[in-house]
Ligand binder design. Structure first.
Ligand code: ATP
Ligand code: MG
Length: 583
């Protein structure tokens, strides 16, 4: 491609709404353009990179026996009603109606559609296992679309679904996909780490996310400094140091007028925040939950939602809700002598109510806590003595790990927190969809069974953006050759016939040998061309000028290292081919 004829609208300035480097650089390099919040056009250079990520994904998946399909973007609401997600999915789902008032959604993911395909076409265990994938535009009406391609509303995703006649066979395929994912990201030039992930309200037994470590990542992950343990913070555990000290002094009520927060009360009582019990009240679709945790720990909403089977509707209860549930003003709640008045639904049935103690409360013996009346707290509380042994039966892990917590898997390590960009996600679904949607097959004994499923996603655009997050400098992007829009940026410093014909010959020869060239043939100043070449970030820059030609030489710059080499004109093809192998 000649730059003089190309649509590459490079910009000096990044747009105002661009916060992260990949967004800034992809726009400035003329690769993407925003149309509306979270909705982007891919310009020629951007599309070439995206297609390369796609091609890598296809190759690795085809190699392990996955088959590509293309499912419709629109999904009839009936299918989502069967799985129960039509009601549950919330505002991310784009719902629409046709002229006959029939309802559809624009698929944000395609479990229902693929289940419908498989139940219609697979009858026997003989057709299993099966792994089907597609690479397709999804729509999710994200609350905060941002970061360019990283969190769009319309975005390209690879989604795969596997079908099995046993959980063991799902385990086998899951391991195959796990490895295929590592290969894909490595092949695309990304440094990526698989971490244990939350299975959320969908249930399912196991899940991993593939994280590209980057400061701008939206996910926090906990990583052990000593062993292989790595988990999304939504799921991460830590090893407890359980104490069993002597009996504390008798529990005592103390006046704490207007002191509500952990800091205020612990400061007043001259104790550490971890010697306080923080009591929080949550509301969700089916009712309420009260959670007690150490005063110095943060509640982990993903863990709590998983425990309650709640979705994104889980939220802190309002002051009014807390008052009508407990009769206690917020700030003075505690587990001792708490009377809960669980409200009833329209049919007169009591709503669901859970009382949960966080497992980390085992790390202390004596606490201060709200006394369930305004302006009073209890001190010297022992849960076992004052609440009773059953507190341990109501115990669950609902707090968030902190840097320095002990690793749950090894003896010596402690956890570090890092930021990551989730580029892929694999998930053992089990029978979550096959059961309600009756995706059945006849087993070897002729008995009807639900298939066992896995689901596997990769954000194609997000992967491309994550690569820019990992590979750039202050001048622009540094593409790994595998996903660069072109391999070589050919720059001419002079514009006479001799140079033209040399450049043309090289251009043709490289393309004929599978090396893709962007040829800057513009009459602009050299400085403009060099700046654009650095911004666009192709792995190799090949520079031709009159002075070099006279000496039978050309110049080559490696974008990544900045290294410049003057090389003989003979055998340029081989020189370039060899250099590209390392990039
Ligand atoms: P996130 O937690 O970032 O919202 P998710 O858990 O909703 O991700 P999945 O449903 O597992 O994502 O989707 C599979 C993959 O699709 C993700 O791993 C990610 O790479 C990509 N993806 C998800 N949402 C977006 C988005 N809004 N924009 C771009 N890519 C996305
Ligand atoms: Mg999401």
């Amino acid at each position: 491609m000649k730059v003089s004829k190309a649509l590459i609208p490079t910009l000096r300035q990044a747009p105002n709404d661009a916060e992260v480097i990949s967004h800034k650089l992809l726009v400035r390099a003329g690769m993407i353009r925003k149309v509306a919040a979270g909705i982007y056009e891919l310009l020629p250079l951007g599309l070439r990179s995206l297609r390369k990520v796609e091609a890598i994904v296809r190759q690795e998946l085809d190699m392990v026996g996955c088959q590509e399909v293309d499912l419709p973007h629109l999904v009839p609401s009936e299918l989502w009603q069967e799985s129960g997600r039509w009601r549950k999915y919330g505002k991310e789902l784009l719902r629409l109606k046709d002229r006959h008032e029939r309802e559809y959604c624009f698929g944000p993911t395609h479990e229902e559609t693929i289940c419908d395909l498989v139940r219609a076409t697979v009858n026997s265990y003989k057709s299993l296992p099966l792994n089907l994938y597609q690479i397709q535009t999804k729509f999710r009406d994200e609350t905060r679309p941002r970061y360019g391609l990283m969190r769009g509303r319309e975005f390209l995703m690879k989604d795969a679904y596997s079908f099995h006649d046993s959980f063991e066979d799902l385990d086998r395929e899951y391991a195959v996909m796990h490895q295929a994912y590592l290969n894909i990201f490595k092949h695309a030039g990304l440094q990526c780490r698989a971490v244990d992930a939350d299975t959320g309200s969908i249930g399912g037994s196991s899940s991993h996310e593939f994280m590209v470590l980057a400061e701008t990542g939206e996910d926090a992950i906990a990583v052990c400094g000593q062993c292989q343990y790595a988990a999304n913070i939504e799921k991460a555990k830590f090893k407890l140091k359980v104490v069993s000290g002597g009996a504390p002094q008798a529990m005592e009520e103390v006046s704490t007028p207007d002191l509500k927060t952990i800091e205020e009360v612990s400061g007043f009582l001259k104790i550490n925040p971890d010697q306080m019990i923080k009591t929080l009240c949550f509301a969700h679709e089916e009712g309420f939950a009260i959670v007690c945790l150490p005063g110095d720990r943060e509640l982990n909403q993903a863990k709590l939602a998983g425990l309650l089977g709640a979705g994104e509707e889980l939220r802190l209860a309002s002051d009014d809700e807390v008052m009508s549930l407990t009769g206690v003003p917020t700030g003075f709640l505690g587990p001792i002598n708490l009377n809960v008045n669980v409200p009833k639904d329209k049919k007169g049935q009591a709503l669901r109510f859970d009382f949960i103690f966080d497992a980390a409360l085992q790390q202390n013996d004596v606490f201060a806590t709200g006394a369930n009346k305004k302006d009073f707290h209890f001190k010297n509380v022992s849960l076992t003595r004052d609440f009773g042994d059953k507190w341990k039966q109501q115990m669950a892990d609902v707090s968030t790990v902190r840097a320095g917590d002990a690793c749950p898997d090894c003896d010596a390590g402690s956890l570090q927190l890092m930021k990551g960009i989730e580029v892929g996600h694999i998930f053992k679904l089990g029978q979550r969809y096959s059961e309600p949607m009756k995706v059945n097959y006849l087993d070897q004994n002729g008995k009807d069974q639900h298939v066992v499923m896995g689901t596997y996603g990769i954000g194609i655009g997000r992967t491309m953006a994550a690569s820019v997050e990992q590979n750039h400098d202050d001048k622009g992007i540094i593409w790994p050759a595998a996903i660069a829009p072109y391999h070589v940026h050919l720059l001419m410093l002079d514009d006479d016939d001799e140079i033209q014909s040399h450049a043309q010959n090289l251009y043709n020869e490289l393309w004929e040998h599978g090396i893709e060239v962007l040829w800057d043939d513009r009459k602009d100043r050299a400085g403009v061309k060099f700046n654009d070449a650095d911004l666009i970030g192709l792995p190799l820059q090949v520079v031709m000028g009159n002075r070099g030609l006279k000496n039978g030489a050309f110049e080559m710059k490696i974008r990544k290292s900045g290294e410049k080499k003057t090389l003989p004109l003979d055998n340029m093809l081989n020189t370039i081919r060899e250099e590209l192998k390392n990039l």
